[in-house]
Design a protein around this ligand. Structure first.
Ligand code: SAM
Length: 254
């Protein structure tokens, strides 16, 4: 495993066991996003703490969930048991290089994962390969905006110079305080997430995760089409901060 990929694993090994999202809100979001209600085999690609996997288990007869981080998988197994879905098949794996047969899933869900990997295109190619003809692929990835280079610069500074626990706390608390000021000025909430992750946690995942890559909607749709998928953007800015947002492409394999 490449050194950088290992650090993604190390980061999420620590992050997810401490920051599991709210199940009810995540379930609501998954149900709003996925169009069908009966699938035979779903893949939650990069499942993190497994909250989306549990929602998918209500839509598919069988769910496979994979993540590169063993501690996230451990957390996900516990969540699935606690939420009444012990049959979800969890395993540790690298989506950039996944040795499983192709054309096997009629629902593939990959939310906020490919652009966290060292090589997002390798992850996306795996998703293309494992989706079965007629199957649906929902891909949520980070949107490229004029602010993306600034985010990358801040990420570099945070990871290079602000990584000790004390300095990291300054950064996270500083962003939370800045958010409170902006909320007071605007008179309305701006950065809350329905699934209840704190501002500090959002900033942690945004600036301290080892990789974030940004894509345009157009280039992503072209990639789907070049790989034998019908594709449309079904959500162009999903919640959270508008500058640091995800868009979702739904693809159907021809
Ligand atoms: C931002 S989290 C999203 C987790 C989950 N999809 C969710 O929405 O709750 C990104 C996840 O991608 C996983 N990940 C990053 N690179 C990966 C790779 N190459 N293979 C498998 N999982 C990977 C991380 O371990 C992490 O759990």
């Amino acid at each position: 495993m490449a050194a950088q990929t290992k650090s993604a694993q190390e980061y999420y090994d620590k992050f997810w066991p401490e920051n599991v999202q709210n199940h009810a809100q995540t379930r609501k979001y998954v149900f709003q996003t996925v169009s069908g209600r009966a699938y035979s085999h779903a893949l939650d690609a990069g499942c993190g703490p497994g909250i989306c996997s549990v929602a998918l288990a209500e839509l598919a007869e069988r769910v496979t969930a994979i993540d590169i981080s063993p501690k996230s998988i451990e957390t996900a197994r516990k969540q699935a048991h606690a939420l009444g879905h012990p049959d979800i098949e969890f395993s540790v794996g690298d989506l950039q290089d996944l040795a499983i047969p192709g054309d096997q899933f009629d629902l593939v869900w990959c939310w906020g994962v490919a652009t966290d990997a060292q090589d997002p295109v390798k992850v996306i190619n795996t998703l293309f390969r494992v989706t079965r003809p007629g199957g649906e692929l929902y891909l949520g990835i980070y949107l490229k905006t004029w602010l993306s280079p600034i985010h990358q610069l801040v990420r570099h500074v945070c990871q290079r110079y602000m990584e000790t626990p004390r300095r990291k706390k300054w950064v996270l608390d500083g962003f939370a305080a800045l958010t409170r000021v902006l909320v007071a000025i605007r008179g309305s909430e701006i950065n809350t997430r329905a699934d209840n992750i704190s501002i500090q946690t959002q900033v942690d995942d945004w600036y301290y995760a080892p990789h974030k890559t940004f894509y345009s909607i157009g280039e992503t749709i072209r990639l789907f089409r070049q790989n034998g998928f019908e594709a449309e953007c079904i959500q162009d800015r999903v919640g959270r901060m508008r500058s640091a947002t995800i868009f979702v492409i739904k693809g159907v394999k021809r």
